[in-house]
Design a protein around this ligand. Sequence first.
Ligand SMILES: Cc1cc2nc3c(=O)[nH]c(=O)nc-3n(C[C@H](O)[C@H](O)[C@H](O)COP(=O)(O)OP(=O)(O)OC[C@H]3O[C@@H](n4cnc5c(N)ncnc54)[C@H](O)[C@@H]3O)c2cc1C
Ligand code: SF4
Ligand code: SF4
Length: 389
Amino acid sequence: MISSIEKNKCTGCKMCGDICPSGAVDFKTENDGCWYPTVDEEKCIECGLCIKKCPALNIVPSDNNSDPAVYAAWSLNEKVRYDSTSGGIYYEVAKAFIDEGGYIAGCIFSSDFKTAKHVIGKTYDDLNAIMGSKYFQSDTAGIYKEISTLIKNGEKVLFCGTPCQVAALRSFLGKDQRNLYLLDFICKGINSPKAYTAYIDEIERNYKSSVKLVRQKSKKTGWQSLATNIIFQNGKEYHKDRYTDWWIQGYTCGNLFMRENCQECLYKTMPRQADLTFGDFWGIKGCSDEDVQKGISVVFENSQKGAELIQAAIKNLHLEKRSLDEVLDGNPYLFGQAIQKGNRSEFFELLDKEPFSKAVKETYTENIVQKGKRYIKFILKHVFKRKKW
Ligand SMILES: Cc1cc2nc3c(=O)[nH]c(=O)nc-3n(C[C@H](O)[C@H](O)[C@H](O)COP(=O)(O)OP(=O)(O)OC[C@H]3O[C@@H](n4cnc5c(N)ncnc54)[C@H](O)[C@@H]3O)c2cc1C
Ligand code: SF4
Ligand code: SF4
């Protein structure tokens, strides 16, 4: 039964819930805030589909190119680039898709900015909600069935998600679908929704107001500052960077509240599951400092469909050919596993009693000397050179 899957394997893609023909699979959220499947034995008809199709128990094969064309890219629209997490390539590809009458499926924040889920949309308003990375797990319950229905009705769909969610969708549908276009990203690992909610709750308490807008990896102090920017209903603003924000400390440096299975991800590999793969072009050489501060995406063109998507958006993109080695120089998580450094179980126990920042501080503290060295390097490289834009 799928409910006996080990926690360090299950990706939480929720595809087994959608594929079960008798509605026997549901999900239980554990104390780490991550969900895992449960099976109602009375409803289960023992067809075995959940196990046969699970992308964590069976690697989903891909015919995509194992040596894809690699580009550095960004949107030519300054606002789109500013509002996006990297260079805004997702927005331009999805906008062109909507303009041709297609549906987009991706991740949005809940109205209180404390959880995230996958939805299907067709308008620019939908696109504005879907753009931007949310660095914690999105709830995908029902999305596989909804996409399947649209495809059966002859509609075109552009799905974007983590590589394991893309693998789950491909496994659910069973064969390559002409009308389905797939996007994924280089994925370090996904975080616990409970940790993220606790992080926002604490900041709301400190600012005595509820959140109106959250931007992770805000460009206000430059792309490389990895800052979180939060606007509150009372008009106040929170803006902290990689050295001062406890979420970034726990995730970027410690992988402290990441889903357990992400330490042994099956999809950090080539060929990719999706038609296009996006990422951050960290460490890119030969671009101006201004461009680096505005954000630069890496794009892998993994298939003919990927090439079609790029062609459709090309008039709104800056695109230059680069190599895989250049990407690997600055992006270890394309192939490398993210290893958790702090004490994860203690962190989640503490989180039940203490504010988020205290739980991070007490279970993960970076060596002070390393931190000091990184901070001085950052100041020398960016702060003195930074331009306002
Ligand atoms: C959890 C996570 C880890 C990542 N790790 C890396 C990394 O190690 N290296 C790297 O180069 N890039 C990483 N990225 C990708 C990077 O942050 C950008 O999303 C990517 O470069 C595309 O940028 P963009 O500006 O074009 O688009 P954006 O506007 O940022 O892209 C938005 C698209 O991403 C999807 N998305 C956003 N959040 C989620 C989510 N929680 N779950 C599923 N789909 C989501 C949305 O549906 C939307 O379609 C990660 C992204 C996420 C969400
Ligand atoms: S990886 Fe996905 S399909 Fe497999 S058990 Fe976990 S939630 Fe279900
Ligand atoms: S690291 Fe792998 S398993 Fe974890 S969310 Fe990303 S693609 Fe899925």
